[in-house]
Design a protein around this ligand. Sequence first.
Ligand code: PLP
Length: 414
Amino acid sequence: MAGRENARWGAQSHLSEVGKLPTPFPREIGPRAIEYLREIVESGLTVNMMGRFETAFAEALGVKHCIATPGCTPALATLAAAFDFEPGDEIIVSPITDYGTIQGLIAEAYIPVFADTEPGTVNLSAATVEPLITDRTRAILCVHKTGILCDMDPIVELARAHGLLVYEDACQAVFGEYKGRPAGTLAHAAGFSFDSEKTMGADVGGCVVTDDDTLAERTRFIGHSRGGIQEPGFGRVHEEPGYAYRMPQCTAAICLAQLEIIREQVAHRDAMIRLLSELIGEVEGVTPLPIPDYMGVYSAWMFGMSIAPAQFACDADEFAEQLVEAGIPGASTARYYLMPEACTFLQRWSAEGRYPYSRPPASRAYRYGAEACPTAHAFLDTWIRWSTFCEKYRPEHCELAAQIVRGVAEANRR
Ligand SMILES: Cc1ncc(COP(=O)(O)O)c(C=O)c1O
């Protein structure tokens, strides 16, 4: 289509974000990255850097298996394929997220059923999931949005009672902790992203983790080996449709180097997001995302806050614009995070009864759009976030950010 603007990513998407606070780019890279990259080149591509990263990441997280991919979108797509549910089966999923969370569900012709958020938060909960469970539900996919972890124990318990699988999209929560356990180890499997903008920013990387030996083997078979096996006297036969989603060796080298500095960075992010939340929470009419008591380390990828519309003469978009003008790079509302609204193709397909939203394979009619998740929709209307929050923040940046928020709040107070 003429005039269509293609997506920008990584540092390119942050070029316009300048202000008085630090931004993630240029990223700090673990000091051994060059050494690992040199190994790849000097060995003539014979080192198995991907395997080394997989072992190191699994060990760091305390899981049995890590299967490295070129991003979280492919990681979750591989998992979706590996689960081998039927077209028309339903996966209950968080509504506020990135398209990468659901891409694999669409590719497998599963039906994403978006659970609403728990009021005042960015995440789904057992209470919002439960009413959506039907005899076609197969799994629950929990996104830990911004790094705030979903309350997983009640979700896992609910799933157990209904014989459902639970898995995590831990893209925004690397090394965050829930009751002392790391994100990605809280259910059956998880996907991570090491996209250059993410907390463990490497390149366009990601992985699947799981303790399930059979699932790990299947994920590797489908995700790395294109579902192919060697047949003597013939060659490769493809027993299943699969992918060649292997993490590039150079990405693995950077991931390995990042892994060596990430724990310290995440601990620092935790301290800074708590300070930032406390300071901004002192501004009347502004409420930072609540940090649940069950969270240990808050591996925060972005900062988010709600404004009370009755207190201000401007709306959230204007409030955010003024934050940018006053020096907070990248502050904005983010209504596009609401997947049932943002995925207009889902609205179209379900309205048209197009496969798999036809009967069969679906067992009922589906409705997408903002009204599918009214709590999440209303929440995003007054929610402002900046994903430029990063490990470069120091206490003085938190104080400056709070001062800017206070200034904008007072200038617009009714
Ligand atoms: C919650 C969530 N899930 C999935 C993705 C997709 O990850 P990737 O870009 O590594 O494919 C992202 C990336 O923004 C994300 O934030």
